[in-house]
Design a protein. Sequence first.
Length: 215
Amino acid sequence: LLDSSSAAAAVSQVFAGQVRKSPLDSREFSVVTLPNGLRALLVSDPTATAAAAALSVHAGFYSDPPELPGLAHFCEHMLFLGTAEYPQENSFRLFLSDKGGSLNAFTREQDTTYYFEVSPSGLGDSLQRFGSFFVSPLFTASATERELSAIEAEDAKNRQSDSFRFNQLSKSFAAEGHPQSKFGSGNRRTLQEEPRRSGVDVRAALLEFFQRYYD
């Protein structure tokens, strides 16, 4: 994706300064700003046995609308479930598995980060598939309904964790109206049952969230 054409390279901006790093770090670094404004840090490590990439979107659960706690996390889940170019659900996960790779993502307060690793020979195709997450996700109605079960299962697992419960307790001390008090992970109650009673279309809200923070 970064060297797709000479025309694109001509309008990309390459950082001409020196990237600060540890004197013991033998890797090579380069920073570029692509024509669409995306900033990328490139790392070359001849000793690495796998290739990897990550992308962070500056939108986390602080950006959840008040009526839909957990929407940013739900959006994170949905990006894995088909794009216009690769409509099969979880096709990227299967593609990476076939090439000895894996992927994951996490939603924090103000950012959501997606990442993968793969055998070096599969990096080019992987970047193409990965990039489609942020251009043409499908957000199909059927996948939206099914993925709620995954969100609910994740919440049930989290509730067994002392650290998760402590974190939820600490949120109760946040100042009134501060986004830190939000329930960032969401569950079936916040993303299906309560919106349904209130007449909120969750899929439409997902599309609006994506268009506002990702598109």
